[in-house]
Write a protein that binds this ligand. Structure first.
Ligand code: BT5
Length: 259
């Protein structure tokens, strides 16, 4: 990825500052440190390669050089956004999903933080916060997308099947165009974060809607139930085996279809 081309490709977006790295440990780590310092709203950290990319609970995220998108966007939430920060992961997932839809793909969001194409993971999102006392000062939205075939990790390293945009499209898409579309979607959708319409769009994009799923929460026995949709804060709503509606919050959760 060429930093001049990157700046040019993003010049029409109202971003803060941009930091580009040919290789970095994790863009989220860099963005969290920058956010705790003086980063402006909508500042971006992006890398061609990550050597210590992270998923949730310090699981590894693979970003080999020259093949993927790995970036972290810093948001300084407005007063209106503050009550809805648990929806930010949905904002990022919908921004990715919409960018794939414009390429005639059919993405689905595997709650809480994955984007799937035909049941295969093509993108993962990691939202982290910088706190100032009791309040969230900044939110860092980390996004990893498998763009070219070479970004897909070997199957034996995965718990869930993975794919790339190139595999699904049949041609290699331009990484910078995909990046532009995602950021532009996210910025456009941001003012709707607290609306019912946003929640409905997010809910409609969920994978396994109406299906039986299994959710593992930490080391507790799995919850089995029918996936009904989202609660207002973005928690997942299920109907369990006793016909009771239960809400599953974000955290140490893994969702799987009951195949
Ligand atoms: C995620 O976690 O899916 C969130 C990934 C976020 C990555 C971005 S890249 C930019 C920013 N900087 C960072 O350091 N992170 C963010 P989780 O749901 O915990 O899934 C992690 C699991 O996905 C791993 O345990 C692997 O099984 C699998 N995995 C790792 N790399 C993958 C890849 N490239 N494609 C598909 N699956 C992958």
């Amino acid at each position: 990825m060429n930093p001049n081309e990157l700046n040019k490709a993003l010049s029409k977006l109202p971003l803060g500052d941009i930091k580009y790295f040919e290789s970095i440990g994790s863009t989220n780590d860099e963005a969290l440190a920058w956010a705790a310092n003086d980063a402006k709203d909508l500042s971006l950290v992006i890398a061609d390669e990550q050597t210590a990319g992270r998923g949730r609970l310090d699981r590894k995220w693979f970003t080999p050089p020259g093949t993927a998108l790995a970036f972290s966007l810093i948001l300084r939430p407005t007063t209106d956004e503050r009550p809805h920060l648990s929806r930010i992961v949905g904002l990022a997932a919908l921004a990715v999903a919409d960018a794939l839809r414009t390429r005639r793909l059919t993405p689905q969001i595997k709650w809480p933080n994955d984007v799937l194409l035909l049941g295969h993971k093509v993108a993962g999102i990691l939202v982290e916060s910088v706190w100032s006392g009791e309040d969230i000062d900044c939110v860092v939205i980390g996004v990893g997308i498998n763009v070219l075939k070479g970004s897909v990790p070997p199957a034996d390293l995965l718990h869930f099947p993975a794919t790339s945009l190139e595999d699904e499209l049949g041609y290699p898409p331009d990484r910078l165009e995909v990046l532009f579309d995602i950021l532009s979607n996210l910025i456009d959708m941001r003012p709707q974060l607290g609306t019912e319409e946003f929640l409905n769009r997010w809910g409609e994009a969920l994978a396994f809607l109406g299906e039986q799923v299994q959710i593992e929460v930490g080391s507790e026995p799995p919850i089995l139930g029918q996936l009904l949709g989202l609660e207002s804060d973005g928690s997942l709503r299920l109907r369990d085996g006793h016909d009771k509606t239960v809400a599953v919050r974000f955290g140490d959760v893994r969702l799987r279809p009951l195949a």
